[in-house]
Ligand binder design. Sequence first.
Ligand code: NAD
Length: 481
Amino acid sequence: MSTVLENTNFRAEALRIGGEKLRTARTLDVYNPYSGERVGAVAMAGIGEVRRAMDIAQAYKPTLSRYERSAILNRAAALLRERMEEASDLITAESGLCKKDSLYEIGRVADVLNFGANEALRDDGQVFSCDLTPHGKKRKVITMREPLLGVITAITPFNHPMNQVAHKVVPSVATNNRMVLKPSEKVPLSAYYFADLLYEAGLPPEMLQVVSGDPAEIADELLTHRHVDLVTFTGGVSIGKYIAAKAGYRRMVLELGGNDPLIVMDDADLDKASDLAVQGSYKNSGQRCTAVKRMLVHHKVLGEFTERVLAKTLAWRHGDPADRSNDMGTVIDAAAARHFEKVVNEAVAQGARLLTGNVRAGALYAPTVLDRVRPEMAVVREETFGPVSPIIGFQDIDEAIRISNGTAYGLSSGVCTNRLDDVTRFARELQVGTVNLWEVPGYRIELTPFGGIKDSGLGYKEGVQEAIKSFTNCKTFTLPW
Ligand code: NAD
């Protein structure tokens, strides 16, 4: 038996609607992917509950001052830091992410709260003088940010059970908006935990309501309800495109899948580069939109780099997520592990070489290294959302850029070289939202702009500061001056 359950009590969660805990006849079970034990059950909203939440949100007019919003967010951060163990146990229990990953995630969530608290205090309004041209007038234009008139629908994925939720909820609170959140049905417990933390810190419950349920039943209502002004979604490309087609005349922020390369040039320090490769591939069980999903390596250093990646992969400990010494727990479920096994087997059948891994036991999937991989193989053409490292050789920087830009995705990238001319070419020519020099593609802080282009997103960014912009209307007020 896993030690997780000894630390985490079974949680039976009700919907959070208008400050009430609403139980429903039907519930959705949540299982620990490692032990298979039932760690919780959440209420299942139907269309009626979604409509009720929307009506409550629409009727409520938030009045919190900047100071009050900031204080609530800072209080929630302080509470979370006090409860780090409990909160990270919960993430580990419902997602199979190891304690190292879930503790790291809690730190990130607290950062999101603190950054949101700072931003709530900051008025980024601008003042323009109007007498700037021959036909100008002696007037001024002042810009003001206002919350949306309607409700925000937020839909989150499973991979960071609490931080994905925080990145939606915190900017909404910071801007006095009203949000209805539908967390991933795979990891709903962390979302309820986070909402309760904010209520405890003083958030009016009408500003954040949580409805878990079957997306097949309630997603369309969440996307098309007449009160919804904005849909903010993080998840896979196919559902993102479904939302884009369904939601109609509404603002949309879509943060979708990634297929990020780590590019290693022939001058790179291979010890450093292979560290980044391994961490970028296996942290969070490889389930990050910005995980290293392709290693593109200059042919002159291909052999040596591959050996180092292999040695570091063999040292990467995976197993019981609750065991603090492990570097990796499970992936989200056995079905995901079976999928990785299938695409890796396909690649091997097409000529790739399996160097280690591709071993599965339930939802445990060993970190896997493949070389002799070609860009057209499904294991790299499509997003493999797990701990798989496909290594692809290239001859020169032109080919590296061509391969990198050759998928439908455009989220992020990491580059290992010290040559300034190469660095500037990568920065200019990679078709992605982010280029990180000597860092993993996933490197960011919670405040800074983040998000992709092409199939990875419409180019609207997240990160606390950018989300605040997309969650608000910019009104201009002009006056004689
Ligand atoms: P998913 O697309 O399967 O599910 C995401 C959410 O969409 C869940 O809450 C799910 O219930 C909901 N959903 C399902 N059907 C829906 C529908 N018809 N309409 C609206 N919502 C619906 O994604 P996942 O498996 O939970 O997460 C993995 C994916 O998320 C990967 O592709 C990953 O790259 C991506 N991701 C992207 C980012 C980013 O910021 N770009 C971050 C993390 C994860």
